[in-house]
Design a protein around this ligand. Structure first.
Ligand code: NAP
Length: 247
């Protein structure tokens, strides 16, 4: 129970890796406020699982790319939970396509959600964390930010940008006791990767030294560590959780 009494905001907590992060933080004692885009039935399932763990749990529908919705998210955490100790920027989308034919709106949608969304959340969270002289921010990037990936120029740009933001904010907030780190998952079994064609899936699996796709829980445990007091002297880092894929 290394997160006993801590209050956490997780974006995109209704499904996949975000849900696993909510559950892992809650298992370790944290109260959870999570956001989601629009999948109410998935968010209700996460809520029910969180409440079974005996922590305070709140779900809020809202777009991370909308500054007003993000302000409401952080204000709700302060009002309903009383403080904001942990922020996990997990919400993310893909809109794949080769660069030559990728629609401008698909570029913008991915950058708005994955990059601007994380910026807006960190901007709102920075003030209460600085005031408290305590905070843990964990951003979900991807190994493709380090390696590039054909068909994902928008996604790779957003996730590489997130690494730059992680390091910059780590330098801005370090003196106030706030750490900012990134976790870079490889190939994880979620709705996001289920949409891939079987041949592309197999090609990915062939590049993983540990010879299996990751599970959302593999990522969640790394996030929970970086969110804990045990990680107090780690900031500005990118931790790959990828079965060895990116080395
Ligand atoms: P997922 O299964 O598609 O779930 C995405 C989550 O984000 C859902 O909870 C969704 O809410 C929420 N979301 C999407 N757009 C949002 C928005 N504009 N505002 C608020 N919430 C929004 O994705 P995942 O595979 O768990 O991925 C989670 C994170 O890990 C993402 O940042 C992704 O880029 C990253 N990642 C994943 C993999 C992988 O292999 N799966 C690898 C590397 C990195 P709704 O349920 O309401 O739609």
């Amino acid at each position: 129970m290394r997160l006993e009494g801590k209050n956490a905001v997780v974006t995109g907590g209704s499904r996949g890796i975000g849900r696993a992060i909510c559950l892992e933080l809650a298992r370790q004692g944290a109260n959870i406020l999570f956001s989601y885009a629009g999948n109410t039935s998935a968010s209700e399932e996460t809520l029910a699982q969180l409440r079974e763990l005996g922590v305070k749990a709140i779900a809020l529908q809202g777009d991370v790319a909308d500054a007003q919705a993000v302000k409401t998210l952080i204000d709700t955490a302060m009002k309903e939970l009383g403080s904001l100790d942990i922020l996990v920027n997990n919400a993310g989308i893909t809109r794949d396509g080769l660069a030559m034919t990728l629609k401008e709106e698909d570029f913008d949608a991915v950058v708005d959600t994955n990059l601007k969304g994380a910026f807006l959340c960190m901007k709102e969270a920075a003030r209460p964390m600085m005031k408290a002289r305590y905070g843990r921010i964990v951003n979900l990037t991807s190994v493709v930010a380090l390696r590039g990936n054909p068909g994902q120029i928008n996604y790779c740009a957003s996730k590489a940008g997130l690494i730059g933001m992680t390091k910059s904010l780590a330098k801005e907030l370090g003196s106030r006791g706030v750490t900012v780190n990134a976790v870079a998952p490889g190939f994880i079994d979620t709705d996001m990767t289920a949409a891939m064609p079987e041949s592309a899936r197999q090609a990915m699996l062939d590049t993983i030294p540990l010879s299996r796709p990751g599970q959302p829980e593999d990522v969640a445990r790394a996030v929970a560590f970086l969110a804990s007091d045990e990680a107090a002297y780690i900031t500005g880092q990118v931790l790959c959780v990828d079965g060895g894929m990116a080395m």
